[in-house]
Design a protein around this ligand. Structure first.
Ligand code: BG6
Length: 477
């Protein structure tokens, strides 16, 4: 979809996120013809440098993180010509007048706050003071949106002083993933699934976001956060809401977000026995979590698994099992909707146990698969086997259509188009913190996280969490 020319200002333009995600995403959208004539990207940060040096930095970032498109040298040269740099002080007046003069008043203007939340208030205030916070202005804020309910409320309050909710785009990049949106298309575009989408037919739902990487160079941030704040409160809860919500009347921002909010509000409080926390240990070649974060006594979790229950008509009696962690066996993320057994097997005991599982795979290969039971071909009698009805996009749609844009590409373009459907509303973020806060508070008092081996699927107790209900996690592979 074409978009009008726009100005995008990346505050924190020299940072890791800008280099890894935002700038390569913009470059790909430029190549796709979505940055109309007159569009510009302004990098802004405290570092003193000129536009030439910044363009050099952008060019290196694209070479490193831009994928195959980075080879398009002519395209890169033209893209760099749209980029400039301004030295800007979030807490002082340096750079603000220059920024005011640089942005074009007849364009949509998006200010991407790619900095820690402690600066959000300062930035919002200065945008207003320097006459840039008008109707055409949008702000994009990254996670973490606070570290608990109180700080998230405070951030919402501060931003609301200068901006209307319709101008605030709280990013959760999981919502920009192709399959996550496809999940909604599959749920609400087909007659097939919705009648079965409830506790009468669904035994349980699993959501796994497993990473093989460790905390890398982000030890300082991560050790103050842990898996619960870094992944569960936002990414996994967002997936959870989309899978569990009632059908919205329309695919528009408030209809969707109202339904997601209702899910969070219907959640039972988390009980300590329904949570398992873990922390990865060293191997011969890889350091332990504690070593990586340089904190020998750290009690922060790098893994969390939990069981959640929703008290409403649709889901009462169907548990949701969620888990996420670092340094696990594989990078694999999926949602599995496990349907109940058929009420009676006409094929007798020998036919074994068969059930339908709808798997929505987010990573590494995106796609949706429905496990169905069929007869094993051949003369061997009525032997049943499970086979996947595969909706893997690459095969069904051909290689061109299956070349999805990265989550950031889609989300940035949604900001420019003014579509907030895939962004979190202030009340949603607060409700999510309200659910996780009491349990995070208990972490401090309770047992330290359980050690687990690097390359495993987490602590054994996480297996027990689901085994005790007569169920099993799907294998991480
Ligand atoms: C980020 C977390 O939000 O998401 C990281 O802070 C995590 O810790 C990352 O590694 C995972 O994102 P993706 O898209 O690679 O699954």
């Amino acid at each position: 979809i074409p978009v009008e020319p726009f100005d995008l200002v990346i505050i924190g333009g020299t940072g890791d996120l800008a280099r890894r995600k935002i700038l390569p995403a913009l470059f790909r959208r430029y190549l796709a013809g979505q940055m109309g004539k007159g569009s510009q990207v302004i990098g802004a940060a405290r570092t003193e440098m000129d536009t030439e040096a910044y363009r050099q930095m952008v060019s290196e970032a694209i070479a490193e993180f831009g994928g195959a498109e980075a080879k398009n040298k002519t395209g890169l040269k033209k893209f760099l010509a749209l980029i400039s740099y301004i030295t800007l002080d979030a807490k002082g007046d340096t750079g603000w007048e220059a920024l005011h003069d640089a942005v074009q008043t007849d364009h949509v203007r998006a200010f991407y706050f790619s900095v820690g939340p402690s600066l959000f208030g300062d930035l919002a205030k200065r945008l207003q003071k320097h006459g840039m916070a008008d109707d055409q202005c949008r702000i994009v804020v990254e996670k973490p949106f606070g570290r608990d309910l109180a700080s998230a409320r405070e951030l919402n309050k501060v931003l609301a002083r200068y901006f209307d909710e319709s101008q605030i785009y709280r990013i959760d990049h999981y919502l920009g993933k192709e399959t996550v949106q496809n999940l909604m298309a599959v749920r609400f575009g087909n007659m097939l699934f919705e009648p079965l989408w409830n506790s009468q037919y669904v035994d349980h739902i699993q959501i796994t976001v497993a990473e093989s990487v460790g905390v890398g160079g982000r030890g300082e941030y991560y050790d103050r956060s842990g898996a619960m704040r870094d992944m569960m409160q936002n990414h996994l809860m967002q997936l959870f809401c989309l899978i569990a919500m009632e059908p919205p009347a329309k695919f528009d921002p408030d209809s969707v977000r109202d339904e997601k909010l209702k899910v969070i509000r219907a959640l039972d409080p988390l009980r300590p026995e329904n949570i398992v926390r873990g922390q990865y240990e060293a191997t011969e070649t890889r350091p332990s979590y504690r070593k990586q974060v340089e904190n020998r006594d750290s009690t922060t979790e790098s893994f969390v698994a939990l069981k959640a229950n929703i008290s409403n008509w649709r889901w009462a009696g169907t548990p949701f099992y969620l888990r996420t962690g670092k340094r696990l066996r594989e990078r694999a993320s999926e949602i599995a909707v496990v349907f109940k057994d058929a009420p009676h097997s006409i094929f007798g005991e020998d036919a074994g146990r068969h059930r339908n599982i709808l798997t929505i795979k987010l990573q590494p290969n995106e796609g949706i698969e429905l496990g169905v039971t069929i007869k094993e071909p051949g003369p061997g009698g009525m032997r049943l086997i499970d086979v996947p009805l595969d909706m893997t996009f690459a095969e069904a749609l051909g290689p061109d259509q299956a070349d999805f844009p990265d989550a950031y590409e889609r989300l940035i373009m949604d900001v420019i188009r003014g579509n907030q459907t895939l962004f979190m509303r202030g009340d949603e973020v607060e409700a999510a913190w309200a659910w996780t806060d009491p349990i995070i508070a208990e972490f401090k008092e309770g047992e330290p996280p359980l050690p687990y081996a690097t390359g495993s699927s987490g602590p054994d107790e996480a297996l027990a969490l689901i085994h005790r209900d007569g169920r099993a996690w799907r294998e991480i592979k």
